[in-house]
Design a protein around this ligand. Structure first.
Ligand code: ZN
Length: 262
């Protein structure tokens, strides 16, 4: 049915918007913060999808250093594989400072990291992953991307309820209903511990990717990059450094055995 209110030019514009909003099935958008997990997820997506874009959020976090690591990580990813370089598309940064304004946490306020009520550390930012994934889906909608990839993990985590597999599945259903799309949320690290995440990076990109993640990714909650440990940079004491270091120590002996196998 023709709409008399739409002029010829508007009709063309409408057709253009419909075309650009159409789903490109083999494209993915990766939540890319610049940490170990999201760098591994990016490599995972680059192995599976023809076109991969990345998204990061400036949400009023105390230490923006993680986001600053992304440029060097992306350069390194392009240098590792010509195929990855071809597939890697735009890197988006979304400014959502309201989340930091309303969050009373150790990642958004100058307070010490400690356990809060109910066994949750005060590094938990309520709603963070829900907001991130919703914004990611909204951007994916506009760019015609069907697959959204995040590094949420239920195995080796700090008890954050928005990292749980059930949360992601429920949100996937809500996004598909609410945007009338068939998004697929992927969480390749969901059932891996940190040692297995290192191993996955090694499987996807060999020692080159392991070295890149050690050198350029950032995990430390305190935003420290002064001291270089064998697992990378960080204070070495906060829960995020602890997890990363523990995973590295468990992974490296396995890796050495695998390297020396015939
Ligand atoms: Zn740390």
């Amino acid at each position: 049915m023709t709409n008399p209110l739409i002029s010829g030019t508007d009709k063309n514009d409408l057709a253009f918007r419909t075309m650009t909003n159409a789903l490109k099935p083999n494209s993915a958008l990766v939540l890319f913060s610049g940490g170990q997990d999201s760098a591994t997820c990016l490599a995972w997506a680059l192995e599976r999808f023809d076109h991969v874009e990345t998204i990061g959020f400036s949400y009023g976090q105390r230490h923006i250093i993680e986001l600053d690591c992304r440029g060097k990580l992306l350069d390194g990813i392009r240098a590792i594989s010509g195929e990855w370089k071809k597939r890697l598309g735009e890197n988006h940064t979304l400014d959502i400072p309201t989340l930091g304004t309303i969050s009373e946490t150790a990642l958004t306020r100058d307070v010490a990291i400690e356990m809060g009520e109910g066994g949750l550390p005060n590094t938990f930012v309520p709603g963070r992953n829900l907001v991130f994934l919703t914004f990611a889906a909204a951007l994916a909608y506009r760019r015609g991307i069907a697959h959204v990839v995040g590094g949420m993990c239920e195995t080796d985590y700090s008890g954050y309820p928005d990292c749980r597999d059930d949360t992601i599945k429920a949100l996937n259903a809500a996004l598909n209903l609410g945007m009338d799309r068939t998004f697929e949320l992927h969480t390749p690290l969901m059932w891996l511990d940190k040692a297995s995440t290192w191993a996955l990076a090694g499987k996807l990109g060999g020692e080159a990717l392991i070295d890149l993640i050690r050198e350029q990714s950032h995990t430390c909650y305190l935003g420290e990059r002064g001291a270089r440990h064998d697992w990378g940079y960080g204070c070495g004491k906060c829960p995020a450094c602890d997890l990363r270091a523990k995973g590295w120590r468990e992974y490296r002996p396995t890796s050495i055995r695998a390297d020396s196998a015939p």
